[in-house]
Design a protein around this ligand. Structure first.
Ligand SMILES: Cc1cc2nc3c(=O)[nH]c(=O)nc-3n(C[C@H](O)[C@H](O)[C@H](O)COP(=O)(O)OP(=O)(O)OC[C@H]3O[C@@H](n4cnc5c(N)ncnc54)[C@H](O)[C@@H]3O)c2cc1C
Length: 358
């Protein structure tokens, strides 16, 4: 039976690899959209703390930790990343950058109280936390930190993936396993004849159709008068020149600040719900520079080197959508990774395979 996957972002490629290693026939159709989230993500893999788009260190009623209902899924995704990297990628020609950069998470009083209660729970699942309660203690780890910051936690186990090399590895592995990628846009789905219609009006038949079209998912589903509960959320990242001294941590407050192997400091990310374009804006640059300078004052004097913008496929509850669209339709959807789609992708691919095999 032919499995047609729409989209070669991280969700589509992870799903494609899961299916092809089971001996299934798999073809991906991808419209080659520029600036997709899967190529431009920060690449943080962290099941405990929230993303920068949803945390406000200055508000006491806002928690630094991921909500409990998301933690289980995040934890399974995190563990699968480690397992697959060791098994299939490390030391092979598909190796991508997957490194440890500890997080120094800035806390407000509320977070500090919460984390103190939960520290044993968090450590019992393998994430050691050191709580720092004075500015002097924090400065020993990050001498450049603003004197406004007096509470933080250090978590040693945050992983970072280079999203560009990650997606290339997935793509090459899929192709070497005998997979095929067709560059074309799917305009329409015809469930009554099990076909998809491409932009040149040619038709492609499917046994199973798996839609991994990221923020374009609902545009595609509108051809069959259906939609899923997701929306686009634009995100911009700026990359600036290095600080005077090495930043040994991923510093996280209302933004992420992290020194990457390209030699630049990445500041991530804006979060604009329902914005669907990849324009790089001056507003985003100002917002990110202000948030970063609040954490590290020296940043206000540093020069911007690069700027990226793309759109996440987001959901209100922060959980991905992984389902068969209508019972027995053989049309499946995997989307809604929001700010965590890179972390979730292997687990999403595995879940789709299990759904198909049910
Ligand atoms: C600024 C930013 C920072 C992020 N940081 C992180 C992070 O630190 N950690 C993390 O885990 N996640 C992060 N993410 C989230 C992550 O990047 C996304 O959740 C994930 O990449 C989405 O993958 P996807 O495969 O669902 O969609 P996409 O990457 O959007 O891929 C969808 C694919 O479908 C194709 N397509 C669409 N419509 C059609 C059609 N009609 N026909 C054919 N092909 C089609 C597109 O060309 C594209 O290739 C970040 C996102 C952003 C924007």
């Amino acid at each position: 039976m032919r499995n047609v996957i729409i989209g070669s972002g991280v969700y589509g490629l992870s799903t494609a690899i899961e299916l092809i290693i089971e001996g299934m026939d798999v073809i991906i159709i991808d419209s080659n959209n520029e600036d997709i989230a899967s190529r431009n993500a920060l690449g943080r893999i962290d099941p405990i703390f929230k993303g920068s788009g949803s945390y406000m260190a200055t508000k006491d009623n806002n928690s630094a930790q991921r909500p409990k209902d998301q933690r289980q899924f995040a934890l399974k995704s995190f563990n699968l990343h480690i397992e697959y990297y060791e098994k299939y990628y490390k030391g092979t020609k598909y190796e991508y950058e997957f490194i440890n950069i500890p997080t120094l998470q800035v806390l407000n009083q509320n977070d500090l109280n919460e984390i103190k209660i939960e520290v044993d729970d968090i450590e019992s699942i393998g994430f050691k936390l050191d709580i720092l309660e004075t500015h002097e203690e924090i400065k020993e780890h990050a001498p450049m930190i603003s004197k406004e910051i007096s509470k933080a936690a250090i978590m040693q186990t945050t992983k970072f993936i280079d999203s560009e090399s990650f997606i290339e590895s997935l793509r090459n592995r899929f192709l070497d396993l005998g997979g095929k990628i067709i560059t074309n846009k799917v305009e329409k789905i015809e469930p009554e004849s099990n076909n998809v219609v491409l932009s040149d009006n040619s038709k492609y038949s499917y046994g199973n159709l798996i839609i991994c079209a990221g923020p374009w998912t609902n545009e595609l589903l509108s051809s069959i008068d259906l939609k899923v509960d997701m929306y686009p959320a634009k995100g911009e990242i700026i990359k600036i020149e290095k600080l005077n001294s090495k930043l040994n941590y991923h510093l996280h407050g209302e933004c992420s600040i992290v020194e990457r192997s390209d030699g630049l400091i990445w500041i991530a990310a804006t979060h604009n719900e329902y914005e669907f374009n990849s324009e790089k804006t001056k507003e985003a640059e100002i917002e990110l520079m202000n948030k970063a300078s609040f954490l590290i004052p020296e940043i206000s004097n540093l020069k911007k080197i690069e700027h990226t913008a793309c759109v996440r496929p987001a959901t209100k509850n922060g959980m991905p959508i992984i389902k068969e669209l209508i019972d027995s339709s053989n049309i499946y959807v995997a989307t809604g990774g929001g700010g965590w789609g890179i972390m979730q992708c292997f687990y999403v691919g595995k879940s789709i395979k299990e759904l198909i095999n049910e």
